[in-house]
Design a protein around this ligand. Sequence first.
Ligand SMILES: NC(=O)c1ccc[n+]([C@@H]2O[C@H](COP(=O)([O-])OP(=O)(O)OC[C@H]3O[C@@H](n4cnc5c(N)ncnc54)[C@H](O)[C@@H]3O)[C@@H](O)[C@H]2O)c1
Length: 382
Amino acid sequence: MGAPGILPIRLGLIGTGLAIEKLHWPALRGLTDRYVVTAFTDSSAEQSRRFAAYSGTDPALATPDRAVLLARDDVDAVLVSVPIPHLYEVARDALAAGKDVLCEKPAGVDTDQAAAFLALAAAHPDRTFVVGENHFYRDDLRYARALLDDGAIGRVHLMAWRHAVRSVPRAGNFTSTPWRHRPRYRGGVHLDAGVHHIAQIRLLCGDIAWVHGAVQTANSTIDAPSDLALNLVFTGGAIGNYTASYVDIPVPPEPNDMRLYGTEGVLVLGGSEAERRVTRSGADATSHTTVFRDIDNGYRSELVDFADAVQFGVRPVGSVAQSVANAMVVQRAFDSAERTAALALDPVPGAGPVPLWRPRGSAGLFDGLPGQRISSSASFAA
Ligand SMILES: NC(=O)c1ccc[n+]([C@@H]2O[C@H](COP(=O)([O-])OP(=O)(O)OC[C@H]3O[C@@H](n4cnc5c(N)ncnc54)[C@H](O)[C@@H]3O)[C@@H](O)[C@H]2O)c1
């Protein structure tokens, strides 16, 4: 919720492609008390027209380029949603123009640019600068994290997660964008999609101390490794394995769920975007499942947290440092694969354990948020 007397943030959009259409606009249009779009730009005039048409935004608010948009006094903050190789330069220009910045992930095309993102944030302490990570805000994941914080499964000692999907170009889907077929960023799909999974792992299992990665290339539609097998040792002592595969042939239905094994129970996170499920089982062989429907993978709450940071000085959960920490796990995994060695991960300054986001001023997890949560119990004793 906004606050009486506080005007919505005047937002400029830089890049109005698929992420805006499918993820950000559906959230923004429900947050009119927090945001009003006052300008937008895209290097493709066609994309600008498309955005104006489906969103109902005045086409006259389109600017020919980002310099014109950034020079406008009626833009307080910008949402940067351009292809990964251009994120840094656009965020840099926006901060130099005095804007608050919510930049899409990942934080850097490689290790050097990840460091440059950190330096950029340090050079602009007076601005709100976030590199987005919507998984930090996903209701099912925050619920699972709260359970873990409460000791619901005891001490987590093992994490296991395999994510295997078919990935071929499909019209209107993220897989259709040519810049993803020949990625000019190290890690390819494992940096693009993988940082979200790493964020989930860090949110639930804590920071990672050691990685041992191996990669394979087995997707003819992507000029980069399709497979990543990653062994992890967490700073808290737990161990884990994350295997991600994006192949070009159909794969039979796979659960793709994440399992956390604790000394007193097991937590299973599964389901699809339409219906997320968190199942906790205990030593008495009963399981408790909470189903989450009509949640949006965290985009709305991410925008709310950014607005709270801009308008009320709240420290955002999705800081640049946290996003760098996510990206660095992928970069170290690729270092490890190249060197065929287990490698330590240096702590990222300013990151540390991922904080658990709650709506501002609320002790609860879901106060004022949309979505349905339905719980049930069962026994799986033989
Ligand atoms: N958080 C998530 O779940 C999520 C999901 C998908 C994409 N993303 C991120 O969103 C960003 C955009 O991805 P997408 O799938 O929308 O790509 P896209 O190609 O569909 O959209 C990018 C748009 O930016 C425009 N563009 C390119 N260079 C530009 C520039 N210099 N200035 C202005 N416009 C420019 C393109 O014309 C295009 O319309 C990427 O950084 C990606 O990592 C995040």
